[in-house]
Design a protein around this ligand. Sequence first.
Ligand code: FPP
Length: 256
Amino acid sequence: MSNGAMPKPEESDRADAPRHVAIIMDGNGRWAAARGLPRAEGHRRGVDALRKVVRATGELGISYLTIFSFSSENWSRPASEIGDLFGLLRRFIRNDLATLHADGVRVRVIGERGGLESDICTLLNEAEDLTRNNTRLTLVVAFNYGSRQEIANAAQRLAREVAEGKRDPATITTDVLGSYLDTSDIPDPDLIIRTSGEQRLSNFLMWQAAYSELVFVPIHWPDFDKAALEGAIAEYATRERRFGGLIAKNVAKTGS
Ligand code: FPP
């Protein structure tokens, strides 16, 4: 990931900085097609972009970065492309884990582990175990992840507790349901970025995105870099986050 220690966070403009940025890394295939290259090359260049963005995220003092690296819907792609994506994840963990650890990055993986090949599960567990106590940046890798399944899993666990007489249904509040999601120990994303111009969530963090600011950037993921990340954060800083309430100046005006 880096040749030396990750530099200290930049102190400028920290007040408007999001604490948690989540990214839908879209457009690898279109990036490759535009250059007459195979889709696999687009994904490979996507991993290069990811390395740069993890580093930039740490430099900008962001505490959590979540990346959508394989969705539960990606299984509908040709087997060869699925193999390419799994191969890239294997290489990413084998090649980059030591550097991520040295840079103080804690790796967390969300999504379904069942059904994944055992060597992938071993690598994911290894990445989480090695980096468990790091505090500089939490990199949340959404792998074989889909929001609807995540919410359904939480509902199943809660229903089982009710059926076993261990829980009163009236105790199932939004906080309780949130604590049964894969992200129970991770704050909701402040900013969700999607590259490549598509404007949808595609089953990504749908519960957690209730009050996230969404920024859609027209460039394909392999071209996304620190400047593009700073551009998205600048856009985020112009937004008024009200969380369903009133903006501060209106509260002052009405005195309520
Ligand atoms: C979208 O591009 C991207 C993906 C389906 C996967 C993103 C994966 C990577 C950046 C590399 C793998 C990640 C790790 C952690 C190893 P697309 O194929 O949907 O592009 P298109 O919409 O232009 O076809």
